[in-house]
Design a protein around this ligand. Structure first.
Ligand code: PGA
Length: 307
């Protein structure tokens, strides 16, 4: 079994087809099929099966794809660790949930690059599911997101507050009130982020906890689009204060002072608890710890990842 075969199989699992994997890897379909056939021969189990006109990955194939992604991520990390130990500049792979990727991480990365100009940094922005998958597969060193999943191998530390506020168009009738009872928001149209978004989850929990039954819901797939939609009066939304600071200052949105808000949430830096972090990731973690009041998951002081 070679890294090339495993990489090919991970793409087949990700794209769901031989053709998709071939396109992603820029190779021919017969070469993808040959890799899958070689793996099947070596393992002695079927990895793919026919499904309608296409193919479907078998349970054995899913297991292999999960491990293959981790093996590839770890091998990449091993290469980087060896190079960094020999004095090469490091490489930091970050993944941020959308709001963190857009508003929280850029200034922190700028500070990091000021301190460590030789370290290359990549930032992938995705939803919570993507961020956690990248971490588990060792395709990212650190993730920044809303909260660590409970009962998992992923640990997290709080490094910054994340207050969430309800905002609407500047002349929204409720924006003039000093205090808005949550029940008054029942008749509103609520703008929600896409499924998989932590903000969406928090909004749904907020509705449930306060007995809010929105007149209607509109899903809008980005913070930027939601802000524009709210500004022109399409609805109201619950959003990280960090994401609406500029609009509030410019007066294109206004805060509705809803009882119980701002919701007090926190930004967490997340990592796989077992194993050590690459040196560049360790340094970024140090920067986050010094930039705010970093605390371990469940609020206890954190010693950091095991070495
Ligand atoms: P989101 O994530 O920007 O994808 O909604 C925010 C969060 O997880 O709190």
């Amino acid at each position: 079994m070679t890294f090339g075969q495993l990489r090919t199989f991970v793409e087949v699992a990700r794209t769901g087809s031989i053709g998709g994997a071939a396109a992603a890897l820029m190779v021919t379909e017969p070469s993808v099929s040959a890799s899958v056939a070689a793996l099947r021969r070596e393992l002695g189990v079927d990895l793919l099966e026919r499904h309608g006109r296409g193919i479907r990955i078998t349970p054995a194939g899913k297991e292999l794809a999960n491990y293959a992604a981790q093996i590839l991520g770890l091998s990449d990390r091993a290469v980087r660790a060896a190079r960094e130990a020999a004095g090469h500049p490091g490489y930091l792979r970050l993944v941020g949930v959308t709001t963190a990727g857009e508003y929280i991480l850029p200034p922190l990365i700028a500070e990091f690059r000021d301190r460590y100009p030789d370290v290359d940094v990549s930032l992938e922005v995705g939803n919570r599911f993507t961020a956690l998958t990248r971490l588990r597969n060792r395709e990212a060193d650190l993730a920044v997101g809303g909260r660590p999943p409970s009962h998992s191998e992923i640990a997290g530390e709080v490094f910054q507050e994340n207050p969430l506020v309800v905002v609407g168009r500047p002349d929204h009738p409720l924006s003039r009130r000093r205090s808005v009872e949550p029940g008054l928001l029942t008749g509103e149209t609520w703008l929600l982020r896409e499924p998989g978004s932590g903000t969406r989850e928090t909004t749904e929990e907020f509705h449930l906890a306060n007995g809010i039954e929105p007149a209607s819901l509109m899903t809008v797939g980005s913070n930027g689009a939601i802000k524009q939609a709210a500004a022109v009066g399409l609805g109201i939304t619950l959003m990280s204060r960090h994401a609406v600071d500029v609009e509030l200052q410019m007066g294109s949105l206004s805060v509705l002072r809803v009882v119980g808000t701002p919701l007090r949430r926190s930004w967490h830096v997340l990592y796989v608890a077992s194993g050590s972090l690459p040196p560049a990731a360790d340094r970024f973690l140090e920067l986050l710890r010094s930039s705010g009041n970093s605390r371990g998951r469940r609020g206890s002081p954190m010693k950091g990842p095991p070495k």
